[in-house]
Design a protein. Structure first.
Length: 458
């Protein structure tokens, strides 16, 4: 008989989690103003809010932490990380930052000006927030196939090059800060970008003399999909594919809390020295000296080790097959999800799941609250809340995709936990006819409101 697939690791340490009862959860979510971010972690049984910084580090990563060099300037750990970034991405210059949004803050302080435009593939929340905070405009050029959750297109994260060229043609190059490729495309459902699309976008960037930035949070997962889905790459290693991907990038920002499997950390990669020097000033102002940038030496050591582990095929196969396991379990139960299943999360199509909730009452947020009440499972809304208000009209932006993201932490939960998640969502599906109203906002921040918003049940 065929040998079943098994995880590429064994468990060395565990953390106890507690099952709560429904009455407790109903009270806790009410006290949290129906914002899942406001829940205490002890009130959550299975936490799928994010895969950022929530993974389990390896024994080698923990060992590397023990020999971290905490020198303020020129720490040995900095040079270990510098070598890892050069070997894996090919960048000559880099700046460490404490996480991805910090990398965006530093780099965008150099590149983004008021009145600029930034085309890309479904900019994620902090990326768009940093752009709009600087009075610039993020323009989504994702392919149309991404907005049909039943479409089986293998690279739904791709940029539509016709849409992109229209932006580049209709704006002077000095008004285009850069093109951003998010790898994988989180907002579209953790969907990958093909190598062919990377090459096509790079050619347009060169033609119009505009820099190309990779948002690299899940670059390794993207490389896995290139290897397993794109012709000509099946015999290449993940590390070989990553090096080829980054030949086309001028800059990279990375939240290392994802594919480098650390709890905190990030960096900016540069091809040119001049931008690196300009950004160094902001790094010193916002983060710390250029050889630690808001990170401790031990964290830089863990990050360097994590970059190596995170670009190994066996690890990635285990990780992505667990996400697929949950996705296919939900499909079998009749739960509508973004297909094909993406890299880091399963995205539930909230409009199809809860057809009786008006869009003005935050459909995906309603689904997230119901899933939490059902079984203590915390997901996150990727829809109207995250899309935020139009900076000029202050009206809600209603995106084509209204989804509940179930982000799976790396090396953290077993497939038994996936079974619990699937059963809980099936229970919500079975009672969806009774769910006819959602929530109204009673307080929100002027930008990136979804983190701190407060709701009242309608």
């Amino acid at each position: 008989m065929e040998i079943p697939f098994a995880e590429s690791y064994k468990i060395k340490m565990v953390e106890t989690i507690r099952r709560s009862i429904r009455e407790e959860r109903e009270q806790w979510i009410k006290e949290a103003k129906y914002n899942l971010f406001n829940l205490k972690s002890d009130q959550v049984f299975i936490d799928l809010l994010t895969d950022s910084g929530t993974g389990a580090m390896s024994d080698k990563q923990w060992s590397a932490m023990m020999v971290g060099d905490e020198s303020y300037a020129g720490a040995r750990s900095y040079y270990i990380l510098k070598k890892a970034i050069k070997d894996i991405f090919g960048f000559e210059y880099f700046l460490p930052t404490h996480q991805g949004r910090a990398a965006e803050n530093v780099l965008f302080s150099v590149l983004v000006k008021s009145g600029d435009v930034v085309p890309g593939n479904s900019h994620f929340d902090t990326t768009k927030g940093h752009i709009e905070f600087r009075k610039a405009k993020a323009i989504d050029c994702t392919i149309d196939e991404a907005y049909d959750t039943t479409n089986q297109h293998q690279f739904k994260g791709n940029i539509d090059c016709e849409k992109l060229e229209n932006v580049l043609k209709n704006n002077p190059k000095e008004k285009v800060s850069f093109i951003v490729l998010t790898l994988t495309n989180n907002t579209a459902g953790g969907q990958p970008v093909s190598m062919q699309n990377i090459k096509e976008v790079s050619a347009l960037a060169k033609q119009y003399d505009v820099p190309l930035l990779f948002d690299s949070a899940r670059f390794a997962e993207n490389a896995y999909f290139i290897k397993t889905r794109e012709a000509g790459y099946e015999n290449k290693s993940i590390k070989e594919i990553v090096l080829e991907m980054y030949e086309y990038a001028d800059y990279a920002t990375m939240s290392s809390k994802k594919d480098a499997i650390v709890n905190m950390g990030g960096f900016i990669g540069f091809k040119d020295q001049e931008t690196y020097r300009q950004a160094s000033t902001y790094n010193i102002m916002f983060e710390g000296y250029i050889t630690y940038g808001g990170m401790s030496g031990r964290d830089m050591n863990a990050l360097a080790q994590g970059l190596d582990e995170g670009t190994e095929f066996d690890y990635l196969e285990t990780r992505i097959k667990q996400v697929a396991y949950l996705g296919h379990k939900l499909i079998d139960f009749g739960i509508p999800v973004q297909q094909p299943i993406g890299g880091h999360a399963v995205f539930v199509d909230a409009k199809k799941m809860l057809p009786n909730i008006p869009k003005e009452e935050y459909i995906a947020q309603t689904l997230g609250v119901e899933l939490y009440i059902e079984a203590g499972i915390r997901g996150v809304e990727v829809g109207t809340l995250l899309a935020d208000r139009d900076p000029e009209t202050r009206e809600n932006r209603y995106p084509e995709l209204e989804m509940l993201r179930l982000a799976i932490p790396r090396r953290t939960y077993t497939n038994n936990h996936m079974d619990v998640i699937a059963a809980a969502l099936k229970n919500v599906l079975d009672r969806r006819d009774k769910l006819t109203s959602g929530y109204k906002i009673v307080w929100e921040a002027p930008i990136m409101r979804h983190f701190t918003v407060e709701f009242e049940k309608i």
